[in-house]
Design a protein around this ligand. Structure first.
Ligand code: NDP
Length: 483
């Protein structure tokens, strides 16, 4: 561990408001989810302090709205350069606060760098279009075009599972499009957000453009959602909190990136050896705490037995333990409470015809990667979001049946199908009711420029820099009368 990280984490962590580090009256200890040791003291904001951050963002909105595109791009490019320089430190911070195995934290930092790079590039191509006014009788003698203007103050509320890259998916496009932000990171993972805020400050972002407020979701989050000076709320997190935000947001624009119980279909003609590694990554990376984690597999009866056998064997090989060990694949879930919740869901399957093919137990506080076969739809491990290293594998007689099973869900974020049949791939792409269909890959596939978001209880709106910029800007029409 580098000296910088230990210094950062032993110290008290302040809020970042109007370009300054701000003390609060209350602090809370932040503990490592893996070792239980205290890693930092985090400032706890109340409603009044949150309102100060909103005021700072409100006051800075003119400066940001008037900043030329090349300058916004330059700041984002500087953040990219600083993050490349500090990549190891950044990965250590993620692992320390979230217990994400270091190999996945490094991958998250690499993606965060790409996300800010995409934001820097996108800053330079935000534009409207000309409208053919004379296509209408009443439009003759008029010229018109649209422009995209920043929306103003954006309230960004982020979850614990990708504490750096999911912050980037909000801060990157917001800065690219000339907005200001009040960011409320998840209480378990504030260090990544504070680290990034420092990089923005070093990169020359004006004071007040990015404010970070740590503290309880109910207090800080609600103060952001209810404030009239906030023009948009962009939220990534659980469906229950997301729905609550939507209900309180009134006419504010809202983007909600929520959960899912993502599924994969495996057709009969698939070479099983070729897909096991992707299924392992899909189901178990970051302990399954991924919104598009592979939670349900529907395998054709002709390949089902082979898949279960090989997937189980590979799962049993995964190294469990200290997240700082470069070989570790599975470590602790974000909290003891979460581990106990999922252990309860696994326990529920024991009273059914389901069978635990791998894992199923808590070992030294870490949930083993778990495979459950023949799980009925109404079991929690099937129909709710597990957000843990748990995957159910069921047998189906056809792709049509599999598609029906995948769609039998409250959620609809992404789905995948492995098939060599063009007909079945096309059928699945048309019939799956989700935000994204991955042909010949797991539903867990994501790169950061692609449009990303869900249907049903998986949310509304899209991220992926270009698409987030669309959400974060208002279209204005300008019409010239030259007749
Ligand atoms: P939570 O919904 O518990 O928390 C998300 C954020 O909301 C946190 O910052 C939290 O603060 C805050 N919050 C809590 N209560 C309120 C409130 N009343 N008003 C406003 N904000 C509030 O989610 P998790 O952090 O546990 O993240 C896991 C969830 O995120 C999963 O459901 C997962 O699927 C989803 N997710 C979705 C993604 C997508 O892109 N679709 C990507 C990644 C995750 P605090 O921590 O202080 O409680």
């Amino acid at each position: 561990m580098s000296k910088n990280v230990s210094e950062l984490q032993s110290a008290k962590q302040f809020l970042m408001i109007n370009g300054e580090k701000i003390e609060t009256t209350k602090y809370a200890s932040l503990f490592s989810p893996y070792s239980g040791e205290e890693i930092a003291q985090i400032a706890m904001a109340d409603k009044e302090v949150t309102q100060k951050a909103i005021e700072a963002a409100y006051n800075a909105r003119e400066v940001m709205a008037k900043m030329p595109a090349y300058k916004r791009a330059e700041i984002l490019e500087k953040v990219v350069a600083l993050l490349i320089e500090k990549a190891d430190e950044a990965a250590e911070i993620i692992t320390r606060e979230s217990a994400k195995p270091i190999m996945f934290s490094k991958a998250e930092v690499a993606r965060t760098i790409e996300t800010y790079k995409f934001a820097a590039e996108e800053a330079k191509r935000i534009h409207g279009e000309t409208i053919p006014f004379d296509a209408a009788v009443g439009g003759v003698g008029r010229i018109g075009y649209t422009v995209r203007e920043p929306i103003g103050v954006i309230g960004a509320i982020t979850p614990f599972n990708f504490p750096m890259n999911l912050v980037a998916h909000k801060v990157g496009p917001a800065i690219a499009s000339g907005n200001t932000i009040v960011l409320k990171p998840a209480s378990q993972t504030p260090l990544s957000a504070l680290f990034i805020a420092e990089l923005f400050s070093d990169a020359g972002l004006p004071a007040g453009a990015l404010n970070v407020v740590t503290g309880p979701g109910g207090t800080v989050g609600e103060a952001i959602v209810e404030d009239e000076r906030v023009n948009m709320v962009t939220f990534t997190g659980s469906p229950s909190v997301g729905i609550g935000i939507r209900n309180k947001a009134g006419l504010k624009k809202t983007t909600l990136e929520l959960g899912s119980n993502s599924a994969l279909i495996i057709d009969k003609d698939i070479e099983i050896d070729q897909i096991i590694d992707r299924c392992i990554m899909g189901a178990f990376s970051n302990q399954g705490q991924v919104c598009i984690s592979l939670q349900r597999v529907y395998a054709h009866e002709e390949v089902y037995e082979e898949f279960v056998k090989k997937f189980t064997a590979a799962t049993k090989q995964l190294k469990i333990g200290n997240p700082f060990d470069p070989e570790t694949y599975i470590s602790a879930l974000i909290s003891k409470g979460e581990a106990e919740r999922v252990a309860g869901w696994i326990e529920e399957t024991k009273g059914s015809k389901a069978n635990i093919a791998a894992g199923g137990k808590l070992k030294d506080g870490i949930l083993e990667p778990t495979i459950i076969t023949d799980a009925e739809h109404n079991l929690k491990v099937s129909c709710q979001e597990a957000f843990a290293p748990v995957v159910v594998v069921n047998k189906v007689g056809s792709v049509e049946e599999a598609v029906r099973e995948v769609n039998n869900s409250r959620f609809g974020l992404q789905a995948g199908i492995y098939t060599n049949s063009v007909k079945n791939a096309l059928f699945a792409s048309q019939e799956l009711h989700v935000g994204g269909v991955m042909i010949n890959d797991v539903p867990t596939y994501r790169v950061d420029q692609m449009p990303y978001g869900g249907v049903k209880e998986s949310g509304t709106g899209r991220e992926g820099i270009k698409y987030a910029v669309e959400e974060m800007t208002e279209m204005k029409l300008i019409v010239w009368n030259h007749s």
